[in-house]
Design a protein around this ligand. Structure first.
Ligand SMILES: [Zn+2]
Ligand SMILES: [Zn+2]
Length: 371
């Protein structure tokens, strides 16, 4: 980058991350709409379609007819009960009148009326007979009602059994519906995750990296967070398994990258310091100078020494000095300008005093070989 000032770098970083974040946000919003709509792509199962309608209709018909029979029987029972109570009332009235009549007869004492007594007594007996008959009828109606009620229960049991069977089938259908919808969602999100991983591995140096970064962030979010509300009961297994596999893959990848980097650095150290010096890039040199580290081996090149000042309240003064060469890898760090003699950092291209080109390491190399 030609205009490599810090503000520009910071600004372009900010723009890059903004692009990535905003893109990621829109992608997430779009996918969540898509995810919500996914359950309309399959027909939701209806309970009615799993019922054995023929059987149910037949049983319901039977149940209705038995019910109407029971209703009629109950009406009959009620009617008989009314009749019974009417007969009982008549009986009680007749008995009362008979008792009165008998008492009156006792006082008057006419023996010619014995025949009349017997007649009236047998009239009372008629009431007993009537009552017994009605009671017998009530009993038989009651038994019939019992039988019909048992029949009704039988029919209800068949209906209940059918209901349980329908419930099981329906439940199964719902589960398979949910699985289907989940698989649709999964088959959208999982390839997105794979694509994100592919971008992360392949396009880190790409000109449009912020756009890829936005997609990568989105893919991770979509799989590990966005899919969660739609997961079936066993969805956790899928999520965590994929997470573990990704950790392993990335772990191995990262470890290998770090090892390769260390190996490369070690090989670099084998190369002569002059060759290394010419290979230092300006942006790395700038950063190294700012952090006072060697641009090749990354170790601190500053030497500190301490001096105790004399006087009343004696303080310790720290003296900081740059080294001309790295103490750890031997790389040239500072050299004097060939034109004006000012000391410059060897890895920045121009002299800070006269603007002449700094030819890295050359003068020092020659100085060294002359000694
Ligand atoms: Zn070094
Ligand atoms: Zn100069």
């Amino acid at each position: 980058m030609k205009y490599n000032n810090k503000r520009l770098v910071r600004f372009s970083k900010f723009i890059h991350y903004t692009i990535a974040t905003v893109l990621c946000g829109f992608l997430i919003a779009l996918t969540s709409v898509l995810m919500d709509d996914a359950n309309q792509w399959k027909d939701y199962p209806y309970r009615e379609s799993y019922e054995n309608t023929e059987l149910l209709n037949k049983q319901e018909g039977l149940k209705d007819s038995v019910e109407s029979i029971i209703n009629n029987l109950e009406k009959e029972e009620e009617r008989l009960n009314l009749r019974l109570s009417a007969v009982e009332t008549d009986h009680a009235n007749a008995k009362e009148s008979f008792d009165t009549w008998l008492a009156a007869r006792g006082t008057i004492g006419s023996s010619a009326q014995d025949k009349a007594v017997l007649e009236r007594a047998s009239e009372l007996d008629q009431y007993f007979v009537k009552e017994r008959q009605i009671n017998a009828s009530i009993d038989s109606v009651g038994r019939l009602i019992h039988v019909k009620e048992a029949k009704q229960q039988e029919i209800q049991d068949v209906i209940n059994l059918e209901d349980v069977r329908t419930g099981k089938e329906y439940h199964k259908a719902i589960r398979s519906y949910e699985l289907g919808v989940f698989l649709i969602r999964f088959s959208i999100i999982f390839p997105i995750l794979l694509l994100g991983i592919f971008f992360a591995v392949k396009f880190r140096k790409h000109k449009y990296w912020p756009i890829f970064l936005g997609f990568i962030l989105f893919s991770i979010y979509a799989f590990f967070v966005g899919l969660v509300p739609y997961l079936p009961s066993y969805g956790g297994y899928i999520r965590y398994s994929v997470g573990i596999i990704l950790c392993l893959v990335f772990g191995v990848y990262a470890i290998n990258r770090i090892r390769a980097f260390i190996e490369r650095k070690r090989n670099e150290m084998q190369v002569s310091q002059k060759e290394r010096a010419t290979n230092v890039q300006t942006d790395i040199a700038e950063k190294a100078l700012e952090d006072h580290i060697c641009p090749s081996c990354g170790k601190d090149f500053v030497i500190r020494s301490w001096r105790k000042l004399s006087g009343k309240d004696a303080k310790v003064q720290t003296i900081i000095k740059n080294t001309k060469y790295c103490r750890f890898c031997g790389l040239v760090l500072f050299q004097d300008c060939e034109s004006c003699g000012t000391e410059n950092f060897s890895h920045l291209p121009f002299c800070s005093n006269c603007g002449d080109e700094v030819k890295v390491g050359e003068k020092l190399e020659s100085n060294k070989s002359m000694k």
